[in-house]
Design a binder for this molecule. Structure first.
Ligand code: TGC
Ligand code: FAD
Length: 390
């Protein structure tokens, strides 16, 4: 394993305020100290290192954009992005845990929850003492969540929840789940289900070849009684869950760069050391082509993420421009991982280096939070005004 040398070919550091560099360096050090030494084994053994969630809470990086009053760090969107890049340098599964907690659980509780819900859940989520999950996808409805079948029905002052969610990050270990379901009028509503509610189970999805250091499962609801106070009062319609996705997709656009940088860094250092035909393989033009193209694509993705961060801070980042960046940067990272693996030859397929793990992880990242093709269609709709989904 090589020392980590992050890419900054266009001196983007000069654009980052000191406070962002401080948080970045604390996350970077934590990844080097607490994640890198254990993550390959966790992935090989298909085990989620759950203690990392509490450690992220202690670092103050869960819900970093949530106001301090509710236990968050009160930081801006650029800080959130910078944190995500560092986390995904460690592993997409670690970034996933942080994405779900921050963008998919804390964000809706803060944005759409009552004051009681905010005070009840946010401080524990920020500390990593409570683990959250987000249930939108169903067995029959992935790209098209608007057709969801999960239902709530009002009865004697509470709601009865029935249905199932699938492919849910953290489901088996979650204490709370933000769940999206349709009411009797067919309107999408959000609610908080708690572990231990009778009729609520969360079986694990086993045998994944991707995100093996992250835990995934189902959320199954069989006549679960949901008290009225667990329903989000302030949001109705599909824009509720989709706005959470905008926050998470923004983080992923930054995060994927971390995985790409780790792969590029590994390939560069390996190619300078490895000799064939009496020379370092880095001296061959074809290796240099791979390295030069990786660096170029990482740099373009960094510029995209940085500008997106500025726009997000200014409230100008539309869902469509977030989609464009998520799509571009994840595909970039997957391409970089594939090229980097080739530079290492046979060694590239082993767990001695992080590349194969990143590559397999990125196969999920390119699928979740909207597939590569769904994001293309979102961009298509943005530029033509015509939607091609249906
Ligand atoms: P459509 O009619 O386009 O939109 C319905 C309403 O929502 C608004 N909207 C958004 N608002 C905020 N953010 C967004 N990204 C939004 N996209 C749309 C829209 O303006 C409209 O508002 P209103 O006021 O008019 O009602 O909805 P549609 O049914 O046609 O669907 C559009 C489509 C296909 C783009 C959408 O359904 C979609 O994005 N599908 C992909 C599904 C997806 O991404 N699922 C992700 C599940 S969560 C996950 O994967 C977590 S991984 C976690 C991890 O480990 O990191
Ligand atoms: P489908 O929607 O069945 O799509 C299959 C293929 O058809 C894709 O290639 C897709 O692009 C294509 N397709 C679909 N519709 C169209 C169209 N209109 N035009 C052209 N092509 C189309 N979900 C959650 O709610 N919460 C989570 O925490 C969560 N975590 C996840 C963790 C992992 C590891 C994974 C793999 C998934 C997770 N998901 C989660 C689910 C994820 O969001 C969905 O897998 C994703 O939205 C795609 O849905 P699907 O898998 O059902 O694929």
């Amino acid at each position: 394993m090589y020392p980590y040398i992050p890419v900054d070919h266009y001196l983007l550091d000069e654009l980052l305020p000191e406070e962002h560099k401080i948080i970045r360096s604390s996350v970077r050090n934590w990844i080097s100290r607490s994640v890198v030494p254990i993550i390959e084994k966790a992935a090989q053994h298909h085990r989620f290192p759950i203690h990392l969630v509490k450690e992220m809470g202690e670092l103050g990086i869960l819900g970093p954009f949530i106001p301090e009053k509710y236990g968050g760090a009160g930081m801006d969107q650029m800080a959130y992005g910078v944190i995500m890049t560092e986390l995904e340098r460690g592993d997409s599964g670690v970034r996933s845990a942080a994405s779900v907690q921050s963008s998919l659980v804390m964000y809706p509780v803060f944005e759409y929850g009552s004051e009681e819900q905010r005070m009840k859940y946010l401080p524990g989520l920020a500390k990593g003492e409570i683990i959250g999950a987000f249930g939108l996808t169903e067995p029959n409805h992935g790209s098209d969540p608007g057709s969801m079948e999960t239902r709530i029905v009002k009865q004697n002052g509470h709601y009865i929840l029935n249905g199932a969610k699938m492919w849910i990050t953290n489901a088996p270990v979650a204490d709370v789940a933000v769940v999206w379901a349709k009411d009797e009028e067919g309107t999408v509503r959000g609610l908080i289900a708690e572990k231990g509610m009778p009729g609520f189970t969360a079986p694990e999805t086993k045998g994944k070849w991707s995100l093996r250091a992250s835990v995934t499962g189902e959320l199954v609801f069989d006549n679960v009684v949901i008290p009225e106070e667990n329903i989000f009062p302030d949001i109705k319609g599909l824009k509720g869950p989709l706005s959470c996705l905008s926050s998470a997709r923004y983080g992923i656009a930054w995060g994927a760069i971390g995985a790409a940088m780790d792969c590029y860094n590994t390939a560069l250092q390996y190619s300078l050391e490895r000799k064939q035909f009496g020379k370092p393989i880095a001296s061959f033009q074809l290796t240099q082509k791979k390295l030069a193209e990786m660096l170029t694509e990482i740099t373009k993705a960094q510029l995209l993420a940085w500008r997106l961060g500025v726009l997000k801070n200014e409230g100008k980042a539309t869902p469509a421009i977030i989609s464009l960046a998520k799509r571009n940067n994840v595909k970039m990272a997957l391409n970089v991982a594939r090229e980097a693996r080739q530079v290492l030859g046979a060694m590239g397929i082993t767990g001695d280096f992080p590349i194969m793990r990143h590559m397999m992880n990125l196969e999920s990242v390119i699928t979740y939070e909207g597939t590569h093709d769904i994001h293309l269609l979102i961009t298509g709709q943005d530029i033509t005004g015509l939607q091609a989904f249906k």
